[in-house]
Every structure is written in C-alpha cells, then in structure tokens.
Design a protein around this ligand. Structure first.
Ligand code: ADP
Ligand code: MG
Length: 708
C-alpha cells in the first residue's frame, strides 16, 4: 500500500480540518486518513488509484476551505522552495488582511463617535460590517448551500443578521470585526508555533558531498551507497551514519540526543547522521544507506507520531461534534420558549440572548489548542532526545504509576568486565578455561559474551564449530571438535545436569562445562549507571513505584536493587517470565512503563502501557516495539519524559477547563440577561487566543535535569 502525504498550505481553521478529515475518511480509496492540523498535512494509505483519491481530497478541500492549496509532499528541496514562496505570499496576504481589519475597525470607531443613534453613522457601520464580514458571509452562504448548518461562519452571520434585525448595529459590526481579528491572531499564533515545531524537527540533511572517481560531488543523501566516502565540513550535518576515516572535530548531537555539550570525535569513531560537525573537516565512510540511517528513522518516527491521537484529543473531537448543535438548539429554545409561554412582547430581548449563544457556539478554542498542545509536547520531547510515537503515549506517560526497569544495559551500563576466574579443579588451568569460554562466546552478541572475549582474546580458529545454540536469557551451547561446550548461568547448568561449585559473591557468574563436566566459572561485573540513583529517587518522589527485572542471578540483582533503593526485584527470569510479570501488573490495574534496551525484551516493550527503549537508535526491534525511544542510554531521560508529559497534560487540561468555563459563564449570564454580545465575542476570541498561546508554552518548557 502506498502512503501519500498532502500539504494543505494555508489551513488555519481547526474545525474545517476536522471536517476535511472525516470526509476524506469516507473515501473508498483511502485508508488510515490522518489530518495533522499542527503541520497542515494529510496522510493516507492509498488502495487502488492514488491520483483519483488525491483529486477527490482536493475537491473536498475546495468545498470546505477554498483558500487552502493542496500539494503532494515531495522531495525535501521541493518542499523548501514551496515553503519559501508561500512565505512571501503569506506576507502579502498578511498585509492585506491587516489593512482590511484595520480599516473596518476605523470605520466602526467613526460610527461610534458619530453616535450609534444617528443615521449618519449607519453607512459607516454598513461598510465596516461588509468589509470585515464579506469572507464570513461568503463562506457561510457557500456552506449553507451544502447543508452545513452548524458551520461557524453561518452561525456568525446569523448572529450578526439577528443583531441588525433588532437594530443593534454596533454590536453586529463588533461581533464581525472582533471575530475576524481573533481569527487573524489565532492563525498567526498557530502558524508561528507550527514553524517552531517543524524547525525543531528539521534534522534532514540537504545534501552529501561524496567522493566519486577522484572528485568531490554534491549529491542528495538518498543516492549515496554503502561504503562511499563523504566529506563533512564545519556547520554541516552528517548526512548518513558512518565511521570517521580522516580528520577529527567536535560534534554537536543535540538535535538527536538533547545533549548540548559537544563531543570530540576522531578517526575510528562512529558518527550518527543528523549530528552537526563543529570544528574540523572530517571524512566519513557511510555505514548505512540514507533510508536506514538514524535521521531517516527519527523522521519517520516523528512523522507518524500524529497518527496516534491522545484520548483527550479524541474526546475533544467528539465533544466538538455535539457542542455546536447543542448550543444552537439551546439558543433556539431561549428565543422561542419564553415568548410562547409569556407572549411575544419580550421577543427582542430573548432573541438578543439567543444570539449571544450563537456567538460562542464554536468550540474553536479547544479544537485548535488541544492538538497543538500535544504536538508541542512531542516537539519539546524530541528536542530533549526523547522520541514519542504519538500523543496517546505522551498522555499515557503522565499517568504512569509503576516503572519497571530491565537491569542489564538499562540501570547498569551493560559493559561487563571479567573480575575473577575460578577453575573447577587442579586438572584444568586458567588458560584452558579461557580457551573454552572464548570458543563458546565467540558467536554471541550478549554483553557478557563480549566481556569474556575482551578478557580471553579471540578464539582458537583451529577448533571447528559444528553447532551453535544461544539459549535466550541463559547462555550458549556449542558443539565443537573439542566436545560440547556449555557457557551460561546456573539454570542452564542445572538443565544439563552439571554440578557447579558454589561461589559466594554478589556478581554475575558464567559457568563453563565441557562434555557435561563442570570446568570453572567466570565472574563478571557490571557497573550501575551514574544517573540511576537520582532516577529512582526522582520516581519515588513522584509516588511512582520502581521495579527491576533481570535474567541475572539473585545475588547480583539484590545487590544492585539494594544500592538503588528499588521497591521490588525479580531475578533469574527468562524473557517470557518478564512478560508474565508485566502482564500481571497491567492486569492488576497498574499503568506500567517498561524501560529496556531491546535485547530480548522487545515483547515486554510492546506489552507495557508505555514501552520505553533506550540508547536504542541502533536496534530496529527495540524501536519497532517501543512507544517512546530515548536517544541516549541515560535512565534519567524518563524523568524528563514524564515531566514533559505532565506539563503537556496540565496545559491541555487548563485549556479545556478555561475554555469551557468561560463559555458556560457567558451562557449562564446570557440566559439571565447579564451578558452582552460584546462580552460574548470578546470571550470567544480571547479564550481561543489565550488557549493557543497557553499551548505554545509547552514548547518552551524545560524539564528538570537530574543530577548525575
Ligand atoms: P537481563 O535480564 O539482565 O538483561 P538476560 O536475559 O540478557 O539478562 O540474560 C540473563 C542471564 O543469562 C545473564 O545474567 C547470564 O547469566 C546468562 N546469559 C545470557 N546470555 C549469555 C551468554 N552469551 N553467555 C553467558 N551467559 C549468558
Ligand atoms: Mg537484557
């Protein structure tokens, strides 16, 4: 299935956006239609004729928002060019808008000064009304012909017609002018934060300088193949993941990891695409193609994030659908019922009160500010090296009450070191034991295996390996020309009926056996990460329970968890046991965040309420399975992630309470005759603007940094 992205340039009305989305959803040729209002983009999966579907969507947009320009999202260069153009036309458009609103405001004020009772004032009011309102009137006329009676333009028109009908000319004009001024500022604020968010996420390299046939050529990153040599100069982004083969430089990885302190890299070091070279010119050998490089992965993650809407967002969309009809119905009741009951001599009074309702019948404040708040939260998180795959996960993060950590590689560095070797008896020496261990571990990727190989050196290649089996969470079994070697933990030894010499220590032990006979033990040690202590403490101070799971032996697990002050620890687990434990927690009603490194815990990542993988931008399985990806391997990032999610949630809640509260207040006052249309339009416009500005606060929020 082909995925299509359309840019909807100039889309300013969130309510219309929701309508465009719901109509496009009903198209047969499009699946998973998502309209991302924050970035003015619509994506869908095309079945069948993509062009026909695009045409159909263009028609829908033309019907609902004729000013919006629909274009198929293309190559980066293309989109840049169009955004520049639209920037220019925007500017001209803005100037015209300002002139229009300003002159209608001036005419209106002249009318007021002349005195609203004077007939000389009338032409001023009329021109001011038409000048400020012709767009609204035009749209409402067009939409009403399509049967959209709950269209906000139509309701504004109706409210102002009503006011004119009962002779409240200044109010009619004021409602129109301030409605348009409000829309203008709201557009401005929304566009500004949209730009801020997209520039935050703009880590796409424009071009790559590659060595071909002895010449340096400038090409698009997509066309570079594996193993080609690239040159990156100071100030440029590394276009593809690679390894430095020439030169050295300090490097800024902040766009990827949120880490603002530059690192120094030199020959032999890995560099991730998206990082910026700061000081020297370096040559990089590409170790990935563009589509598999870090930048492309991050971008595709972030691009898809808006598809997963938070429950609050969905609630607001649903709410908006009922709010307007309900308010309009109530307005109608307010106009008709008292008059029918008590006679029509007070009709104008009740009509006026009903019109107040129409003025505040658009849920725009909510429809715009809530998604914007979530998207700002996702943008902020990505600035801090935290990739959140959707608003739903951002919201879920704020509700976590239990964090379960995998031990190895998550709370500990996962960089083991051989600390001690024990031989089974005098008939075997350390050299022989090392040789067996090296053979067994040479084909495992486990960090323990690496540490043993670091110690023993490469294995003896004259020994032939016949069968290699890695037993997940236990160890390895290899059949060789020397015999069958087993290297692993106690449970693997027990399974194979091998007696092991007991060694009393709190560290990880790897036992070695040859042909079912115990040969000796490697004791390996891991170190706790520096920020793990503060992370556990900070979680505790937010009343979050901290658990630790590990496949390691009990002694090692208990020693780590005691040092960190962890609430609950389970050890000697197989990957499936970890799954069962997290499953049981979720069943008992907990909101569980599971933090792992993706090495054999991908199923648990997928199962948890929020699966968080760390330092895992290298591991496909972890990225695939998790909901939140921490770009560095610091557990303290989870504190930042939770802080950002809580901030987002609280701003969104503030907006909902504030916007609904203000509307309810005006409605209540309006019903008993204590509110005017003036108050209503200011409440409507002001609330929307304040809510939007409030949402943008999320973007600038600084999560507390955890001391390391
Ligand atoms: P964790 O839960 O701490 O991430 P794992 O599930 O990866 O640990 O592994 C659990 C245990 O299995 C390790 O502590 C180790 O004793 C044993 N083990 C796993 N792989 C190997 C290996 N390649 N060599 C030796 N022991 C291993
Ligand atoms: Mg692990």
């Amino acid at each position: 299935m082909e995925k299509v992205t359309l840019n909807l340039t100039g889309l300013g009305c969130a309510n219309c956006a929701a309508k465009i989305e719901s109509r496009s959803k009903s198209l047969a040729g499009a699946d998973n239609v998502v309209l991302d209002f924050s970035r003015s983009r619509l994506t869908f999966e095309s079945k069948g004729d993509a062009d026909a579907t695009i045409q159909a969507i263009k028609q829908i947009v033309l019907d609902l928002e004729p000013d919006v320009v629909v274009s198929v999202a293309g190559a980066p260069a293309e989109t840049k060019a169009t955004s520049q153009n639209s920037g220019l036309s925007h500017w001209i458009h803005d100037k015209k808008e300002v002139a229009r609103l300003f002159s209608s405001l001036a005419l209106f004020l002249i009318g007021i000064i002349i005195g609203s009772d004077s007939t000389i004032a009338l032409p001023f009011f009329l021109v001011a009304y038409l000048l400020s309102g012709y767009k609204v009137l035009h749209k409402s006329f067009r939409n009403i012909r399509r049967g959209e009676i709950f269209d906000e333009n139509f309701l504004m028109s109706l409210a102002t017609f009503g006011a004119i009908a009962i002779g409240e000319y200044p109010e009619a004009v004021a409602v129109m002018i301030f409605y348009e001024i409000g829309e203008y500022f709201q557009d401005l604020a929304v566009n500004r934060s949209k730009r801020a968010i997209s520039s935050l996420m703009d880590i796409r390299p424009d071009q790559a300088t590659v060595l071909r046939n002895g010449f340096w050529m400038s090409v698009s990153p997509e066309s570079v193949s594996l193993g080609e040599t690239l040159m990156v100069k100071p100030g440029e982004r590394v276009p593809l993941d690679g390894i430095i083969i020439e030169g050295s430089s300090s490097i800024d990885t902040s766009a990827l990891t949120g880490e603002s302190v530059p690192r120094f890299i030199t020959k032999g070091d890995d560099v991730l695409s998206g990082s910026v070279i700061l000081s020297g010119v370096v040559q990089v050998k590409a170790t990935s193609i563009y589509s598999e490089s870090t930048v492309a992965r991050i971008l595709s993650l972030v691009e898809n994030a808006t598809a997963n809407k938070a429950p609050t967002e969905n609630f607001i969309t649903k709410f908006a659908r009922y709010y307007t009809p309900a308010v309009v119905l109530f307005a109608l009741g307010l106009v008709l019922v008292p008059s029918l009951l008590f006679g029509f001599d007070q009709f104008n009074t009740w009509l006026y009160r009903g019109l107040i309702f129409l003025v505040i019948s658009c849920p725009c404040a909510l429809v715009v500010s809530v998604p914007l708040g979530f998207f700002s939260g996702i943008g902020n998180a990505s600035k801090h090296g935290i990739l959140v795959k959707g608003s739903n996960y951002l919201e879920a993060l704020s509700q976590i009450d239990t964090v379960v950590f995998d031990k190895t590689g998550t709370l500990t560095k996962g960089k083991f070191k051989v600390h001690e070797i024990y031989v089974a008896n005098d008939s075997i020496d350390r050299g022989q034991l090392s040789k067996l261990a090296a053979i067994a571990e040479s084909h495992s990727n486990h960090p323990i295996a690496k540490s043993i190989l670091d110690y023993t050196g490469d294995y003896d290649r004259s020994v032939s390996l016949n069968k290699i089996e890695e037993v997940s969470g236990k160890g390895v079994i290899v059949e060789t020309s020397l015999g069958k070697i087993i290297a692993g933990n106690l449970s693997l030894m027990n399974e194979n009926h091998i007696d092991v010499m007991p060694i009393n220590s709190p560290h990880t032990q790897v036992h070695i056996a040859l042909d079912s006979k115990y040969q000796g033990t490697f004791e390996v040690r891991d170190e706790i990460k520096a920020d793990a202590f503060e992370t556990v403490a900070a979680l505790h101070s937010s009343q979050i329970e901290v658990h630790m799971l590990t496949g390691d032996r009990k002694e090692a697990a208990v020693s780590v968890s005691a040092e960190l002050g962890i609430d609950k620890v389970s050890s000697e687990l197989l990957p499936e046991n970890k799954y069962e434990i997290v499953d049981a927690l979720i069943r008992s009603g907990k909101n569980v965040g599971f933090v792992g490194d993706g090495i054999n815990d991908a199923p648990v990542l997928a199962l948890a309420s929020v699966g968080i993988s760390m330092g895992a931008i290298g591991s496909d399985a972890a990225i695939e399975a998790s909901d939140v990806v921490l770009m560095t391997d610091e557990p303290s990032k989870i504190i930042e992630a939770i802080a950002i999610s809580k901030k987002t949630k609280s701003v969104v809640t503030q907006n909902i309470v504030f916007a609904l509260g203000a509307k309810l207040l005006i409605m209540a006052l309006g019903t008993v005759g204590l509110s005017s249309m003036w108050m209503a339009i200011f409440a409507d416009v002001g609330v929307a603007l304040i809510a939007v500005l409030n949402s943008t606060r999320v973007l600038g929020f600084k999560p507390p940094s955890v001391a390391k």
